[in-house]
Design a protein around this ligand. Structure first.
Ligand SMILES: Nc1ncnc2c1ncn2[C@@H]1O[C@H](COP(=O)(O)OP(=O)(O)OP(=O)(O)O)[C@@H](O)[C@H]1O
Ligand SMILES: Cc1cn([C@H]2C[C@H](O)[C@@H](COP(=O)(O)O)O2)c(=O)[nH]c1=O
Length: 213
């Protein structure tokens, strides 16, 4: 397989923190700056991904971990790698960090999750969106819960702890991790922070911050 030439950026964070909204703002910002951007999500939009999403409230623990990982390998093969090979910046709403958090909520051991995901492509930048637990609860109440992990009021605080652990694990694997606290920032402000940390797109002219004025 060829080395992908595009840039792979993942966005994770507690349910309802603002991943999809921020990803949309980031995609618009990067496109305005001339980058080819492909947006995607996990579970993916393939038949396996749609099955996983549809049944994630009834399938628990190791079985859900395996389904999510199977969808991830197929997502990489059929969508993410081809878009990276094409030179796109791929923005993925949920990826490996979500597994290291959501499956831990189901008490799946971290070792099992790391082994299952041992051969996935690591992102060039893993963004972890955070907000204080009360803010997340407010956003979830305003929008409505999508699945069982968002219906338990204790979960946002636990997810924040687990994302700190996931950050350490990813950094230990050599993945650059950017934590963005969205408690006080708009999706557009969060997108600006991420864009500033994003590795340059292939073929783009690298300028120093002073040159960009
Ligand atoms: N930075 C922000 N400030 C205020 N509200 C926000 C912010 N980001 C998102 N929201 C609002 O919070 C709610 C949840 O956002 P969104 O659906 O993007 O979250 P999510 O993390 O993608 O959720 P899920 O984990 O369920 O996929 C939405 O109503 C959205 O408008
Ligand atoms: C990537 C990923 C996803 N899941 C599950 C958790 C939820 O049931 C859905 C995601 O829904 P959302 O609207 O994006 O919050 O998929 C999972 O269990 N593990 C994962 O790694």
């Amino acid at each position: 397989m060829t080395n992908p030439t595009g840039i792979f950026i993942t966005l994770d964070g507690p349910g309802g923190v603002g991943k999809s909204t921020t990803l949309t703002a980031l995609a618009e910002l990067l496109r305005r700056r001339g980058r080819p951007v492909h947006t995607t999500t996990e579970p993916s939009n393939s038949p396996l991904g749609r099955f996983t999403r549809a049944h994630a409230d009834r399938i628990h623990g190791h079985a859900l971990a395996c389904l999510v990982a199977a969808d991830r390998y197929e997502h990489l093969r059929t969508e993410i790698r081809p878009r990276l090979d094409h030179g796109d910046t791929v923005l993925c709403d949920r990826y490996l960090a979500s597994t290291l958090v959501v499956q831990r909520l189901d008490h799946v051991p971290e070792r099992f999750l790391l082994d299952l995901n041992a051969d996935v492509l690591l992102p060039h930048l893993a963004v972890i969106l955070t907000a204080d637990a009360q803010t997340i609860a407010g956003r979830l109440a305003a929008r409505g819960a999508h699945h069982r992990f968002e219906r338990d009021p204790q979960v946002p605080a636990r997810e924040n702890e687990l994302y700190q652990r996931a950050t350490e694990v990813l950094r230990g694997m050599g993945v650059p991790v950017l934590a963005v606290n969205t408690t006080e920032s708009t999706p557009e402000e969060a997108a600006e922070q991420i864009a500033s940390a994003a590795p340059p797109s292939p073929g783009s002219v690298t300028t120093s911050p002073a040159d960009r004025t």
